[in-house]
Design a protein around this ligand. Structure first.
Ligand SMILES: Nc1ncnc2c1ncn2[C@@H]1O[C@H](COP(=O)(O)OP(=O)(O)OP(=O)(O)O)[C@@H](O)[C@H]1O
Ligand SMILES: [Mg+2]
Length: 149
């Protein structure tokens, strides 16, 4: 782990919400945050609290079926869930372009889905990895956004 990485344990959903809010407080416009972890790990839960911290009001449903959702907080904010994305890689950047507005902050669940060169942009990229422990406990690894080399 580099100095910009940390590993914390969340005891319950509220714990994940607090960790997410703290993480979001350090984000800047243009940041792209990749969320990794199995189904039900708490990725959407994390993003919901991060979006609240960024000033988003109103419902924040999981975008599993819609692929993407756009919000307006203090900055434009976007939530993508690529789990169900089944497209030829070359069509993806066009379709998802509106969610990658570089003046905003974008959160992406299931970023390992084939996406062409969607992320070949000079944006700072951060990573959140959530792993089930026992019961409601989760291990959360946070990598603060860093600029590409
Ligand atoms: N410590 C915890 N952190 C986050 N969620 C928790 C925790 N403990 C229990 N939960 C519950 O686990 C579920 C996590 O669901 P969530 O939709 O956030 O997962 P996900 O990783 O986004 O899954 P998917 O891959 O299906 O999108 C919620 O029902 C939440 O209440
Ligand atoms: Mg989810």
């Amino acid at each position: 782990m580099s100095v910009a990485d940390s590993k914390v344990v969340s005891e319950d959903e509220g714990g994940t919400a607090r960790i997410a809010a703290e993480f979001a407080g350090r984000l800047q416009p243009g940041d792209l945050i990749l969320l990794v972890g199995e189904v039900g790990a708490g990725k959407s839960t994390f993003v919901r609290s991060a979006l609240r911290e960024l000033g988003v009001e109103g419902p924040i449903p999981s975008p599993t079926f819609t692929i993407g959702r756009a919000y307006r907080g203090r900055v434009p904010a976007f939530h993508l869930d690529l789990y169900r994305l089944e497209l030829p890689a070359e069509e993806v950047p066009d379709l998802l372009g509106e969610y990658l507005d570089p003046s905003g902050i974008t959160f992406v669940e299931w970023p390992d889905r084939p996406m062409g060169n969607l992320f070949d942009s000079p944006r700072r990229i951060g990573r959140v990895e959530i792993r089930h422990l026992d019961g409601d406990r989760r291990e959360i690894r946070l990598s603060e956004p860093v600029s590409p080399d």
